[in-house]
Design a protein around this ligand. Structure first.
Ligand code: HEC
Length: 203
């Protein structure tokens, strides 16, 4: 009888010790390796939201973008952004919805992309094709300004920065419909992204 009680007590003590050890382990390092990135390390990663939150500091004008485009983009995207060995960047407005089977929609930044901030994100991450992530934030803003001006979405005098780029209304802004399928994700309020959720935190 004594032995059984003693054993039960010992098992209980062991379980308690395990629970304590688990509670003491850092929550973010379940495998015991790696370290939290510093703000400086995270600085070069951008992930802007449609309304401009998350865009980095910096700015660039249409004129500056024009010069950069001529040096770094023209070979693939064409002198008039009409495309060549790579995508056409402007044009195609009004072609997405049509009743002519022979007429394919022309999808470009101008005709298709719903948010201007995607342009920053995409160019920063992926262009020029041969040297992605090589452009400074100022250069990326300038290229956005140039492409948007050639698409007649902003004037030739436009300067793009974290504030102005988020305010640009793209022609196809309302051309997408919300996905009606229910999300199998936790409510926004209980995710780490609650502070940057579009439309504010969930109720
Ligand atoms: C060596 C060729 C090349 C160069 C130089 C180049 N691009 Fe591209 N670009 C591409 C290719 C290829 C794609 C398509 C990539 C894909 O769909 O995965 C593309 C796609 C894009 C798109 C997206 C178009 C769309 O509708 O999906 C943008 C915007 C863009 N490039 C901007 C730029 C800018 C700005 C520069 C100059 C800094 C640049 N590119 C330089 C080859 C190039």
């Amino acid at each position: 009888m004594f032995t059984i009680t003693n054993r039960v007590l010992r098992v209980g003590a062991l379980m308690l010790a395990c629970a304590c050890a688990q509670a003491a382990a850092p929550a973010q390092e379940p495998y015991g390796f790696g370290s939290a990135p510093s703000p400086a390390e995270l600085e070069r990663f951008v992930s802007p939201l449609p309304d401009g939150r998350g865009l980095p500091p910096g700015s660039g004008s249409v004129e500056q973008g024009k010069a950069l485009y001529a040096q770094q983009c023209v070979a693939c995207h064409g002198a008039n952004l009409e495309g060549g060995i790579a995508d056409k960047l402007i044009g195609g407005r009004g072609t997405l919805v049509n009743d002519t089977p022979a007429k394919a929609p022309v999808k470009t930044v101008e005709s298709y992309w719903p948010y201007a901030t995607t342009l920053f994100d995409y160019i920063k991450r992926a262009m020029p094709l041969t040297a992605p992530d090589s452009l400074t934030n100022d250069q990326v803003y300038a290229l956005c300004a140039y492409i948007l001006s050639q698409a007649k979405i902003v004037p030739d005098t436009a300067v793009m920065n974290a504030d102005t780029l988020g305010k640009v209304v793209m022609p196809n802004r309302d051309g997408f419909i919300a996905d009606p399928r229910p999300e199998k994700l936790p409510p926004v309020a209980s995710t780490p992204h609650r502070d940057v959720a579009i439309g504010g935190a969930a109720k």
